[in-house]
Design a protein around this ligand. Sequence first.
Ligand code: ADP
Ligand code: MG
Length: 476
Amino acid sequence: MEAVANYAFLLGKDGMNQLWESALSTLRPRLSEENYRTWLEPLQLEGMEDGKVTLRIPNRFYADWISSHYLDLILESLCREAGVDALEVEWSVDESLQAQLDEKAERARIRGEDAQRRRESVTPPAASSATPEDNGLNPKYRFSNFIVGPSNQLAHAASVAAASSPGTRYNPLFIYGGVGLGKTHLVNAIGHRVMQDKPDARVLFLSAERFTNEFIWALQNHRINEFRERYRTRCDVLCIDDIQFLAGREQTQEEFFHTFNALYHSDRQIVVTSDVYPQQIKEMEERLISRFQWGLVADIQAPELDTRIAILRKKAEQEQIHLADDAALAIAQHVASNVRELEGTLLRLAVKAELLKREIDLEFCNEALGTVAPRVPEKQTTVEDIQRATCDYFNIRLADLKSHRRHRAISFPRMVAMYVCRQRLKLSYPDLGDRFGGKDHTTVMSAVKKIGGLLEKEDADVRIAVAAIERKVGLG
Ligand code: ADP
Ligand code: MG
């Protein structure tokens, strides 16, 4: 990058404006008109210096929103216009820009345009535009089509309990787990059950992203009172999906904090989902994290083989797909990670079978999934899986497991992991040595021998640990 540092100095104010305008004009066709007008038009380029560009924004929400939606585009375009390789952004809140927006909104209101705009808006729809029956629930997701197994039993039981007496014992209910494991499904099911028991209950389901959008929209359009009324006053059950979206969004967190308090203190039910445990949500205010734990925190794990089979059967029944038993087993063995993928695989197979006029039987599955024989779980499990399961079981860090530390709290789990890997994955000792952070093959050999010996002596600790780890990686 050339060393030209201060563009403001070189270009002068007009030059800067020109630069900004040409950057904007290349962006304009790439956004919808509405988004362009809402998010980019109000911005101004304040200066560019030492690889840093300062953008003037009407309020702090712009920083959040633009960072997660348009910043890459903006920087790319600015770099091109300015002929530099990279730029960092700094924000500068300018109240006069907010005043301009307010004025514009007011004028639009007087002209009655805002109603029209709200209808057309692709950005946050006004809270008030939602009809009472528009509760955001997905009609497909019910308790009746949710398969319960050991992996989701707790979350399911808690959801049923929260739905049957909202706002009492399990408040808030916090459900966490990896993608595609059924969180959204369960939360919707809660909403439907409440509505079924009490048709006039006011249930609202929405993602944290949508909550953020609506909040920003409400602020910009002077509808914050309506927003608050909707979420704090006229709501009996509030379900917020994927709360981790609020990470780093301080103002929205603040708003949600007050929403939470208002609902909680009037005994209304709050349900929140997240991809991680409350404490692991990054950049989330401590006071919110602690509130998430006031009620019940329930996790959902990846489903076990039997649950996966049952889910496949249910889905096949729903979609009227004829699925042979051994085919269900083959698919369930092939896709172990998450339910969404499991369903996706079934639907893809169904389409293919229909096109080829074939039955979905074992032979077809093996061909279509590219497995000669149905995959045995041993083939899917990796050294890494076993290492992670071991770390989870013993509550140690992966880095320690692979380290050379000799403390028993570390060396014992390491030996167990080596044993399981050797027995189940049939890897060579030198190979395993490499995979465990570069240990000598004799170290692995003696670990395997030692654990094998303890098992022969029926050592309960070892037996339970090995069984738990094997079960965890689907080998149990
Ligand atoms: P998440 O919100 O955890 O990412 P979803 O709730 O969107 O996951 O679930 C993904 C898909 O898997 C949905 O179609 C859902 O209906 C289905 N699903 C997940 N778990 C189950 C289950 N236990 N029984 C039936 N379907 C399930
Ligand atoms: Mg979800």
